[in-house]
Design a protein around this ligand. Structure first.
Ligand SMILES: *Cc1c(COP(=O)(O)O)cnc(C)c1O
Length: 410
């Protein structure tokens, strides 16, 4: 089955008892057993719920992975990856232009527990790979990044990770024995370095990291997958079941699971992902081209523009350039604030990826948890605004931005 067919049919078989074309939402916490331990694969809804199972099957199919696990939020999914795959004294290697909440989780929650993260600001795969040492269990990247829309070459990074594993002797019988002997480790713990790609910005409709060598794909399903700004959720999709096993263990043991209504909403959103993404890309390209002609902006960043320094990589790695456009207002914070107060269709709000257009000020809103000096290193200056271009009529969106710019300079 091709992508659109998978999006609509996987995990959505008609209900066997009634024939309901759309399977019911399984609003139950528990399942009646015919005798102790005799059941149909469902015992308790923290462990399994059919509505969640359907969503997990669909996500695995869309990303080309073997299996998926869904969580109550993107950050709950991230937490489950970290706590499942790392032990105190081990480390993460990451690119520094990360979702602000991911940075906060790494620095404020996991660092005090003995998990260090080392960051690079260079998009050169060699810079990231160069940070790997014998303690590294995880390489964490987002592409395109948030909010600077840098691209990272997933295939080159994956090759570098595999080479580093060989160089460090990971996966050898001695290494496996040491891991198995560590206290409290679930038996199926992965023995190498896991490459995680946060695919939230592109969605599987535009980019499929597993085909490019990623071990895990992370999603905030809150964004494009849900697509309607009405549900918070997260997911992990694994290239190999063995890497997901310890994460599934944590999903049940630590319990950050989504409820059945959340799973239903997310799954319902996914059915139109492919057509929504097409329109997001088309509208974002129109907005970016318009913005290029405006003197009030000192910078317009969109991977689909020929002026984007990594346009060629974006064209190779993605099947569309996405719905996010980042602009820098020449006149800094005052101009950005006035601009954002003046838009009428673009709502001033956090989040992204919904059908409605949003405008966000990363320095004050989504990335406030990133210290100022790091923000400025990354390029998140006070005049920077991030547009999540929705699927309304593109000319209405441009007219809205145009009147907001007029109000800003007036
Ligand atoms: C929103 C977001 C997250 C966090 O997901 P939540 O669902 O808000 O917990 C992670 N990564 C990216 C790129 C995001 O945009």
């Amino acid at each position: 089955m091709n992508f659109a067919t998978r999006a609509i049919h996987v995990g959505q078989a008609p209900d066997p008892t009634t024939g309901a074309t759309v399977p019911p939402i399984y609003v139950t916490s528990t399942y009646t057993q015919t005798a102790p331990g005799e059941h149909r694969g469902y015992e308790y809804s923290r462990t399994h719920n059919p509505t969640r199972t359907g969503l997990q099957e669909c996500l695995a199919a869309l990303e080309g992975g073997q299996a998926a696990a869904c969580f109550a939020s993107g950050l709950a999914a991230t937490s489950a990856i970290i706590t499942s795959l790392l032990r105190p004294g081990e480390s993460i290697v990451a690119y520094n232009d990360l979702y602000g909440g991911t940075f906060r989780l790494f620095e404020r929650v996991f660092k005090p527990w003995g998990l260090q993260t080392r960051y690079t600001g260079s998009t050169d795969p060699a810079a990231l790979i160069g940070l790997i040492d014998a303690t590294t269990r995880l390489v964490w990247i987002e592409t395109p990044t948030n909010p600077m829309l840098h691209l990272l070459d997933i295939q080159a990074i994956s090759r570098g990770v595999r080479e580093a594993e060989r160089r460090l002797g990971m996966g050898t019988p001695a290494a496996l024995k040491a891991i198995a002997a560590a206290p409290g480790v679930p038996p199926a713990r992965h023995d190498g370095i896991v490459l995680v790609v946060d695919n939230t910005f592109a969605s599987p409709a535009l980019q499929q990291p597993i085909a490019l060598g990623a071990d895990l794909v992370l999603h905030s399903t809150t964004k494009y997958l849900g697509g309607h700004s009405d549900v918070v959720g997260g997911a992990v999709v694994a290239a190999n079941q063995a890497v997901l096993d310890p994460i599934r263990f944590t999903q049940n043991a630590a319990g950050g699971v989504p409820g059945p209504f959340d799973c239903f909403l997310t799954h319902r959103g996914i059915k139109t992902l492919h057509i929504r993404m097409r329109q997001h890309c088309e509208n974002a390209a129109a907005v970016a081209r318009w913005a290029l002609g405006q003197k009030a902006f000192s910078r317009v960043i969109y991977p689909g523009l020929e002026s984007h320094p990594q346009h060629a990589l974006a064209a190779r790695q993605m099947s569309g350039f996405g719905g996010m456009v980042t602009c820098v207002l020449k006149d800094g914070l005052r101009a950005a604030s006035r601009f954002m107060a003046a838009t009428r269709l673009f709502a001033c709000a956090e989040s992204l990826g919904g059908v409605e257009s949003l405008v966000n000020h990363p320095a004050i809103m989504t990335h406030a948890s990133v210290p100022r000096e790091i923000r400025e290193q990354i390029g998140i200056v006070d005049g920077l605004v991030r547009l999540s271009v929705g699927i309304e009529d593109a000319s209405d969106l441009i007219a809205d931005l145009e009147q907001a710019l007029r109000a800003t300079v007036a």
